[in-house]
Ligand binder design. Structure first.
Ligand code: K7E
Ligand code: CUA
Length: 919
């Protein structure tokens, strides 16, 4: 049946005569309504997918939207009274209920956490998003109204007036969203106010039109307002996208940084405004009895049906509310939604590699969950994996059973973390350990002779070299001991910088992946604390911090803090490398080539920095060298261009210890007043720097270039290092910051007088303010840590089956025992759930070499071997061959068994060494 109602474009000041559209206004609205439900469907699906649809009622709006869209479309094509119409109207009312509940639920989810913040209000759990359901539900319900001209008031039909009011409400809600969203960035850019103004303005214009007569003035105002809304929507869309794209694109930022699609809501509303403003015109302006599909009132149901639907809806809503607001798990972290919490079954987005301090380990954490995933033994034996129990790993550890790990350093390629290696220093025993991220195991430990207190560790943008230095000065002599009376400090004590080849690609010495000592450089007898290798405009230089220019050797606490500035040192390592390559070293001490920079001008300089500086860190572009003052509440910024100029002009203040001293005021760019006790600085991808304040127990966020502090957040407490993803490379990833605190108070269950330290996770993505979103204890002291997106790391699943690998066997029938006098070599296969061979006859005093191959290629199927009473336990991952060496000095029937629970027959997985006593 063809309807006799058409719509007209009533903006009469644009065209003299109304333009007639041959489609009914109500049908247009139904079409657009369906479209809107689909858009909301996409939006809510993406948002709730980020929570993995947990709790389960996050599915409700996801299921609801397509149903509502479908109903609107069906009614559009089949505008008959009946079940369908009733269903459609019921869905609209249900939508309103869902909106109200969603609003309340998001709101309580936000403020139910430990603290309320604007960032959470918007980024964490968008409170106002459910209002869309209310607006669409209301509009949907109004489509059912009668639209006959006799009901006109102010020149508008009743239905049009109600639609105007609903649209005004939606404009109002959208303006609120824009307000809170931009408030979280403190309206950093003045134009972020525009959508707020325009939103509220449009809300008033649309609302007032419902109560004022339709004339030229009002229709012009209305049209201009809708055009403005359309414009601000498009502009906002472009600005949001460009702000998301600047400094590297990520979807995460499109949804949570500046939500890219949000401004398009203004365009959507402009179209709504245009549609509801359409004037229904009629072929006959006389009263007619109602017919189906006529007068724009497509849906008809009696008052009774309406009331029943409303009551049922309300009851359902209340029941639902009671269920929703019963806390399901009081122990669940309430951090305002998904930020900082990774639900069971979900993976973290980033790894953090934190030093294990005196545990001598490297610890892999998941970020943002703060779950500890793996402890990697580096300088410490580990019975679980057998590290330090096989001949090869015993040899790596030497006679040491521990190390003091401070600075995990991620390997880089062209200034970006490449996820291949992590290197760590051992300050207590002057070593560098290398962890291969294919296997998360330690593959090499390199001793650094001569140097004592190897504290800093830093690498260049291509990780060709590692730099460390001595925190303690000692005499440097060939052969041990390096003893000299302290009275000889000035003449016989030295600091040392060591440069190590990573040889990661096997360029040098044909031993890929094996570090080797390149050379060492003598330095004045100060205490070298940290190092940063230049990049970008500072490439080729390495900067060390140092305290104790006073050269104190006793009562250092007092005597090394007299000067207001300490002499730090920086070197031109490319120039130094040329000398080494040309064989121009100044001797070999304990097997290491040594350079004395006093004999080679142009490789090292001294630079005064306030005061007992601790960390030195370089901005991602390499331009700003940032020294943290420790005993001075500032970060001192050195401009690399000025520094290079001073070197080129040889414009020095004086010489000390035979090295030129740079004029501080010539190269200093700024002093950032960060707060008390600055230690370390990291950078993000937005031009901000973050400095840890040990004494103040806070993190200061400041801006490169303006040198302004823009946020400071307390931590619990006494922060040492801090880590931002990629924060010491040329391409930081931003988003997460972990504060590595030295202490904790009242944060974790008490465990006796020794307290755990605490790591606190901050979300950097919510604008200028850092938001604390998670924390975890650690029972080791993590100094530094490196955070890297998980997608950059590609660990092995199993050790591949390699028929050529020496001493490995790949089937049980290759298993054998080879005796050569008192030397017995066993090639043993291990597979669920037995050993082959499982009984091995030995004589007391035999020397046993056991190669145990786990011949499984199934991921996760680790087996181990424990030999009773022989102090031996080693694990073999799938495809791995482990080497065990022992003398069968205890006679008896000695059982061995699998030490990794692998199958139901794990206990049965055992065998005997049958060791005959010697007579
Ligand atoms: Cu500041 Cu060893 Cu890097 Cu500890 S060091 S905090
Ligand atoms: Cu194999 Cu347990």
């Amino acid at each position: 049946m063809k309807s006799n109602i058409a719509s007209a474009f009533s903006y009469k000041w644009i065209t003299k005569e109304p333009i007639k559209l041959s489609i009914e206004k109500t049908r247009l609205i139904l079409l657009f309504l369906a479209l809107n439900y689909l858009i909301v469907f996409l939006d809510v699906t993406i948002a709730h997918a980020a929570d993995a649809f947990s709790p389960v009622y996050e599915w409700i709006p996801v299921v609801f939207c397509p149903l509502a869209a479908l109903a609107a479309l069906l009614v559009l094509f089949k505008p008959k009274p009946g079940t369908l119409n009733t269903l459609y109207m019921g869905l609209n009312l249900l939508g309103i209920c869902i909106g109200v509940l969603g609003f309340i639920f998001h709101l309580t989810g936000v403020i139910g956490g430990n603290s309320f913040s604007l960032t959470k209000l918007v980024g964490g759990n968008p409170v106002f998003a459910p209002l869309a359901f209310i607006a669409l539900g209301i509009i949907g319900a109004i489509t059912g109204m009668d639209d006959r001209p006799r009901l006109k008031k102010y020149g508008l039909t009743q239905k049009t007036r109600w639609l105007l009011m609903a649209t005004a409400f939606w404009f109002f809600a959208t303006a609120l969203v824009a307000f809170f969203d931009h408030a979280s960035t403190r309206f950093g850019n003045f134009y972020t106010w525009f959508p707020v103004y325009i939103g509220f303005f449009a809300a008033s214009v649309v609302f007032l039109q419902a109560f004022s007569s339709l004339d030229k003035m009002t229709s012009r105002l209305f049209t201009i307002t809708m055009a403005l809304s359309m414009l601000i929507g498009l502009l906002g869309f472009i600005l949001h996208l460009s702000s998301d794209v600047s400094g590297g694109f990520s979807w995460r930022r499109v949804f949570y940084g500046a939500p890219g699609l949000a401004p398009l809501l203004f365009c959507d509303l402009a179209i709504w405004g245009g549609l509801v403003y359409l004037d229904p015109i009629f072929s006959a302006d006389k009263e007619e009895p109602l017919r189906d599909g006529q007068y724009g009132g497509l849906i008809h149901f009696g008052r009774k049906t309406g009331i029943v639907i409303l009551v049922v809806g309300l009851i359902l809503g209340l029941l639902g509310g009671k269920y929703f607001f019963t806390p399901t798990n009081p122990n669940q972290p309430t951090t305002g939604g998904s930020v900082g919490w990774v639900p069971p079954g979900q993976l973290d987005s980033d790894y953090m590699f934190a030093s294990g301090g005196q545990a001598g380990t490297l610890v892999a954490w998941g970020i943002p969950s703060m779950r500890t995933i793996k402890t990697i033994p580096v300088f410490t034996p580990d019975p679980k994996t057998g590290f330090g129990y096989t001949p090869e790993t015993k040899q790596m550890l030497g006679d040491k059973t521990w190390g003091d790990v401070h600075h995990p350093t991620m390997s880089q390629t062209q200034g970006t973390y490449d996820g291949k290696f992590v290197w760590v220093n051992d300050k207590a025993n002057n070593r560098i350990g290398q962890v291969d991220l294919r296997t998360f195991t330690t593959t090499q430990i390199l001793d650094i002779p001569n140097l004592v207190g190897a504290h800093p560790l830093s690498t260049d943008p291509d990780s060709n070299y590692l730099f460390t230095a001595s925190e303690f000065s000692v005499p440097v002599v060939n052969g041990k001991p390096n003893y000299a009376p302290l009275s000889q400090w000035k003449d016989n004590f030295y600091g040392i910088a060591a440069v190590v080849n990573t040889n990661r690609d096997g360029v040098q010495a044909g031993q890929p992946g094996k570090m080797s000592l390149n050379y060492e450089m003598l330095m004045p007898p100060y205490d070298y604390d940290l190092a940063a290798v230049g990049k970008g405009s500072s490439a080729g230089y390495t900067f060390f911090t140092a305290y104790n220019s006073e050269e104190a050797s006793t009562d250092t606490e007092k005597n090394s803090t007299a000067f207001d500035r300490d002499l730090t040192l920086f070197m031109d390592y490319k120039a130094a490398q040329k000398l080494i390559d040309a064989g121009q070293n100044d001797g070999i001490i304990n097997g290491v080539k040594v350079l004395d920079p006093r004999k080679h001008p142009g490789i090292a300089w001294l630079l005064p920095i306030p005061k007992n500086p601790h960390g030195v860190d370089i901005s991602p572009d390499g331009k700003w060298i940032c020294y943290s003052g420790k005993l001075d509440p500032v970060v001192t910024i050195i401009n690399i261009d000025k520094l290079k100029k001073a070197i080129a002009n040889k414009d020095y203040q004086t010489t000390t210890w035979g090295l030129p001293v740079i004029k501080y005021q010539d190269v200093q760019e700024a002093q950032v007043q960060v707060g008390i006790g600055p230690l370390h600085t990291q950078f993000d991808d937005q031009g901000y720097a973050y400095t840890s304040l040990f004494v103040e127990s806070a993190i200061a966020k400041w801006q490169l270039g303006t040198w302004k502090v823009i946020d400071k957040e307390p931590v619990n407490y006494n922060v040492g290092h801090l880590a931002v993803a990629g924060g010491d490379s040329m391409h930081p990833f931003g988003h997460w910051l972990v504060s590595l605190n030295k202490m904790s108070l009242n944060r974790f269950l008490p465990v006796g007088p020794g307290y755990p330290v605490s790591e606190q996770l901050f979300d950097l993505s919510g604008g200028p303010k850092m938001t604390l979103v998670n924390e975890a204890p650690s029972d080791r002291e993590p100094h530094f840590a490196s955070i890297i997106p998980a997608k950059l790391i590609h660990p092995l699943n199993v050790y591949a089956k390699d028929p050529n690998r020496p001493n490995s066997i790949w089937s049980e029938d290759q298993a054998k025992v080879v005796r050569n006098g008192k030397n017995v070599t066993i090639y043993m296969a291990v597979v669920r759930s037995h050993y082959a061979p499982d009984n091995i006859e030995l004589n007391q005093g035999d020397h046993v070499t056991l190669y145990l191959t786990n011949i499984e290629q199934q991921p996760n199927m680790t087996h181990g071997i424990t030999i009773e009473d022989y102090n031996i336990n080693v694990a073999a991952d799938p495809g791995e061959t482990v080497h065990i060496d022992f003398t069968a000095d205890k006679a008896g029937n000695i059982p061995f068994y699998c030490s990794d629970f692998c199958s139901a027959l794990h206990e049965e997985m055992m065998g005997y060494f049958l060791i005959k006593p010697s007579t």
